[in-house]
Write a new protein. Structure first.
Length: 266
């Protein structure tokens, strides 16, 4: 399996510095947050996009995915969400990312049937365009769809090979699923796996890998046992927790921890 980290852990950091961190700490790739307050976002000019793509190629670091903020199950009209998806897909194509990660974003009082239909309709509409640009849209197990069982309700309705899933192991664990259950449900759709660490179900501030309660060893064992050979991406949500320790100092220990888990599960 290949290892990546998310730039959520280093908000606002220039691409040159992100690539230097990945290289210095032995990561194969990065998941890039594509938000208007980040250096890389859909407002970039064609020249800026070409320059960023060239920097990735020169560094040898792979761009695993763009982490978009589109909420595909959220309330409101479809048109703005579909337009946002298309803009993010264009950026992913131009930068060379194979995946675009999106969030459900269903409102707390939104009926599940309505949210399922809304998400499936928007993802289905965007799927054809995703095929045209050669990018796969991945719905993250998150918020009202934190379990694999909930996410596949939408993915089953879409039924398009250009729409899959990101397995966020924190959310499936918070939803009460065991890693074997989550993998069994998500495996036909799985793009990559997000790993993270927290102290408890009530304390979800990010911790260094191995310092919390999430079943990361079990997740890696399940993946290895089934011959899954994709990406593990460490998502350290520094952007949401100002007091969290800086990410750069944790990168080597995190890589070593994941490497150890992979070795033990082999």
């Amino acid at each position: 399996m290949k290892l990546a980290f998310s730039t959520l852990g280093v908000p606002g950091l220039p691409l040159t510095d992100v690539l230097a961190l990945a290289t210095a700490h032995g990561y194969h790739g990065v998941e890039l947050r594509a938000h208007p307050d980040e250096p890389l976002h859909p407002g970039l000019t064609p020249a800026e996009r070409a320059d960023a793509a060239a920097r990735f190629k020169a560094s040898g670091v792979e761009l695993l995915a763009l982490a978009g903020d589109a909420r595909v199950a959220g309330p409101g009209d479809d048109a703005p969400v579909v337009a946002e998806l298309r803009a993010l897909l264009d950026l992913a194509r131009d930068l060379g990312a194979p995946y675009l990660r999106v969030l459900p974003g269903a409102a707390p009082d939104q009926p599940s049937d309505d949210a399922d239909g809304t998400a499936a309709r928007r993802l289905g509409t965007a799927a054809e365009y995703a095929g045209d640009v050669g990018v796969r849209i991945l719905l993250e197990t998150h918020d009202a769809y934190r379990t694999a069982a909930a996410a596949i309700r939408v993915l089953g309705l879409v039924g398009h090979r250009r729409v899959g899933a990101v397995w966020d192991v924190m959310h499936t664990w918070l939803g009460g699923e065991q890693p074997t259950e989550s993998f069994a449900a998500l495996s036909p759709y799985l793009g990559y796996v997000q790993v993270k660490e927290i102290a408890s179900a009530d304390e979800t501030a990010p911790l260094p890998l191995g310092a919390g309660v999430l079943p990361l060893a079990e997740v890696v064992e399940v993946l290895s046992r089934h011959g899954w050979d994709g990406w593990l991406c460490w998502e350290y949500e520094k952007h949401r927790y100002e007091t969290a320790a800086p990410l750069p100092a944790l990168l080597t220990d995190a890589r070593n921890h994941l490497t150890r888990l992979l070795t033990e599960s082999a």
